[in-house]
Design a binder for this molecule. Structure first.
Ligand SMILES: Cc1ncc(COP(=O)(O)O)c(C=O)c1O
Length: 469
């Protein structure tokens, strides 16, 4: 058995997502050993409240024995078969269960290995669909700035987070981004209704610019998650869906984060935002992160159209060795069983508003520039200088808050200067209190530290500039 110190050293051979390659060899990441409920424990035995639920994924909480048993049972029964030519009970059963939970006629399920492959596969399905319809030019994808849709070449291109666009290449011929419908960016004096109109006009204008005959799909998260929990104005998704319908465009709702309970429902598109999109992508909460899996759901309408127009055969040549993996599907079935038995969607509908209310109490801290969210997704944004867009400064404050909170028992995992809370659905009110109390102390400690350091630098500068005595 390697010691913690040896493991931390070996970890420098593991290139992590979004790793700073220049700094490889010098990274020191917290080594986590185990988890239980909403808590995880590091290699020194410290207990940490897992506010991001891993990465918006451990919806049923950590360390569920019955989940381990379900996974074990499936491995012992049958580990794997090729999904090309065979199927398994868990994959077929899980597809039927998802279809039962999904809105409208989104009854067909394409299983993938995670969220990126779900979005990528869904976008390839859109291209396939239009090719079958004899509309090969209808390929352009309209997405949103600040959106995140994953890390394959196509998903990375469709993602619209400006700060992720350095040093890599992207598909630009077919991908267009409109402004994020971020209420913080509403110009002064504009009413809610005018702001909504302006956000929808951004989509219409982009369609006009690209040409409706070329536009295939609009891609949007119900709430932009990694973009910083951006809740669009009321009615935004409905209006955008109407625009899509008018221009024969599909609507892809990326529910990789929002599905499976984060907003108190299995899928948020219909139950929270009142739309039935053409395609929904999901991952993360689908198995609560116990085993990697993703999926896209597609409407009967689209499948029927392909059947009618596909002639003798229309092969969708897209898929993965692990599509519908029986062990992942068994985890998915158990996950849904636990959620339903423990009424976790209902619990999230009750604790979500409480989380939002408690988070709002942080507004009195001077560096807090915004607090926003919905359900069990919340974000507190901090700025050392209000209105500044200085990346270094934003990274600095985020890192300091993270360090202080972790020392006090809370994982924050800030997205730059945005502390995003998306705890397991099992979180209780008293655990929410604990989370928000530590967050408050962590933000204040980070703010104090920066101010002390600045004061120190100033007096040092004064000493250097004053003539020698
Ligand atoms: C909305 C959304 N879509 C897609 C993805 C990509 O999922 P994965 O990291 O499982 O590939 C993410 C990941 O955070 C996401 O938040």
């Amino acid at each position: 058995m390697s010691t913690s110190a040896e493991l931390k050293k070996s970890d420098n051979l593991f290139i992590h997502p979004w790793d700073d390659i220049v700094k490889i060899g010098g990274h020191e990441r917290t080594l986590l050993d185990r988890g239980e409920g909403v808590y995880v424990y590091d290699s020194e035995g410290n207990r940490l409240l897992d506010a991001p639920a891993g990465m918006w994924c451990v919806n049923i909480g950590h360390g569920r024995e019955e989940m381990a048993q379900a996974v074990y049972d499936q491995i012992m029964a049958l580990t794997y078969v090729s999904p090309w030519s065979m199927t398994t009970g868990p994959a077929a059963e899980f597809a039927a269960q998802i279809a039962e939970q999904s809105p409208g006629d989104l009854n067909h399920v394409f299983f993938t290995t995670g969220g990126s492959t779900a979005v990528d596969s869904a976008l390839r399905f859109v291209q396939f669909y239009n090719n079958i319809r004899g509309l090969p030019n209808k390929k352009h994808i309209i997405a949103q700035k600040k959106g995140y849709h994953g890390s394959t070449y196509l998903c990375g291109s469709v993602s619209g987070k400006a700060r992720d666009k350095s040093h890599l290449d992207f598909e630009t011929r077919w991908v267009h981004h409109i402004e994020s419908p971020h209420p913080l960016h509403r110009p002064a004096g504009q009413s809610d209704a005018e702001f909504l109109d302006a956000c929808v006009a951004n989509l219409e204008n982009m369609i006009d610019q690209v040409g409706p005959e070329n536009c295939a799909v609009f891609v949007a998260e119900p709430i932009q998650a990694s973009g910083g929990v951006i809740v669009p104005p009321d009615g935004y998704h409905k209006r955008c869906l109407e625009v899509c319908r008018r221009h024969d465009m599909l609507y892809l709702s990326d529910e990789v984060v929002t599905a499976f309970g984060r907003l108190g429902h299995c899928f948020a598109s219909q139950d929270v935002f009142g739309i039935t999109p053409d395609i929904i992508t999901t991952a993360k909460g689908l198995t609560s992160g116990y085993i990697p899996m993703g999926a896209f759901l597609v409407s009967d309408r689209l499948i029927q159209e392909v059947k009618e127009r596909g002639g003798d055969s229309a092969v969708f040549s897209n898929g993965f060795t692990y599509s519908g993996h029986p062990v992942a599907a068994a985890a998915g079935i158990k996950n849904l069983e636990i959620i339903q038995r423990e009424k976790l969607f209902e619990q999230a509908r009750e604790t979500g508003p409480y989380l939002q209310q408690q988070m709002q109490s942080l507004r009195d801290i001077s560096i807090v520039s915004d607090v926003r969210g919905m359900g069990l997704m919340a974000c507190v944004e901090c700025e050392l200088e209000q209105g500044s867009d200085d990346l270094e400064m934003d990274l600095e404050i985020g890192k300091r808050i993270d360090r202080h909170c972790q020392a006090m028992g809370l994982i924050v995992r800030p997205i730059i200067n945005m502390c995003v809370m998306s705890p397991p659905l099992t979180i209780t009110r008293s655990q929410i209190d604990e989370m928000v109390a530590i967050l408050r102390k962590g933000i204040i400690a980070a703010m104090q530290e920066v101010s002390d350091q600045r004061a120190g630098n100033e007096s040092l500068a004064q000493r250097h500039s004053s003539p020698a005595a």
